[in-house]
Design a binder for this molecule. Sequence first.
Ligand code: NAI
Length: 328
Amino acid sequence: MKIAMFSARNYDTDHFTLLLKQVPLTFKYFDTQLNINTAILAKGFDAICAFVNDDLSEAVLTKLAELGIKIIAMRCAGYNNIDLATAKRLNFDIVRVPAYSPEAVAEHSMTLLMTLNRRIHKAYQRTRDANFALDGLVGFNLHGKTVGIIGSGKIGIASMRIFKGFGCNILTYDPYPSEQAIELGAKYVELDEIYEKSHIISLHCPLTDANKHLLNRQSFDKMQDGVMIINTSRGALLNAQDAIQALKSGRIGGLGLDVYEEEENLFFSDHSSEIINDDTFRRLSACHNVIFTGHQAFLTHEALDSIAQTTIDNLLCLQAGDDSPNRI
Ligand code: NAI
């Protein structure tokens, strides 16, 4: 089977190449994003391998079907970038990597939180300039604070374990409660209670049509002043314009974002020599209490190994005519 991998970066290909030595799959790596202009690169291949910001809209899927592509192997968990109705109509086999390392993402969420809380980003800059003044660096103890975890799936649970270690009280919301969360001492409540009682809110649910802009002006209005919000899930779960207002009023005391609604044309590439035209992104990144990372929560060796291994297993499964447990 010949597979065209889009949005391929060195950190992906290093992990795939090692594992491909023993298997009958031929990968060609393209560093370009998949979109209507680049879909033609898939000509002559049997399958494509795509990532979170590749475009799998109706137009692109139609083009891929015309080129004879039968299989789409997502090397990520989320698949909100696929037009599923069109994919079904065109009979694509779609597989994904449902879990590669929940701990990688949970630990990154915690990294964003602790950086913001203890002002590590400011301290780093100051101490490099031999400025050891402590004004403006005061944080708070996590011990005894209330954390609201929205989405108690694999990453939500991994986050709860960490917060439990810090001695936090855990509130959670999920339409499908988990025994594991209850055993960890989390209390299931409605979203409003999370908004009202949490000092920290961390998002760990998928993006769906129903929860777009889940965090918006109305929800910020219900939160405590100075609340810390962490989003490593999907950018569109949070209304960035409303977040700017909530930052200005002091309602949000810290915002840690690994994802951004308009990240598609920004993240995963170097734009350091360009003027960024996205004014919302510029306003947010200008705030001292907002930290962005560029969708890197998953980026550990363990997660990359697991992504490569599961993607290869998924493709071998389909190649052998078997059904894959990771089919969408
Ligand atoms: P999961 O499928 O194990 O858990 C998701 C949970 O969210 C489920 O329990 C589900 O019932 C719940 N849920 C669904 N709709 C909800 C809603 N409206 N409100 C509250 N809960 C809701 O998924 P997992 O592995 O924990 O991943 C969560 C999300 O993290 C993914 O959907 C993806 O968007 C994001 N992610 C981000 C990564 C990054 O590098 N930044 C890497 C991997 C995942």
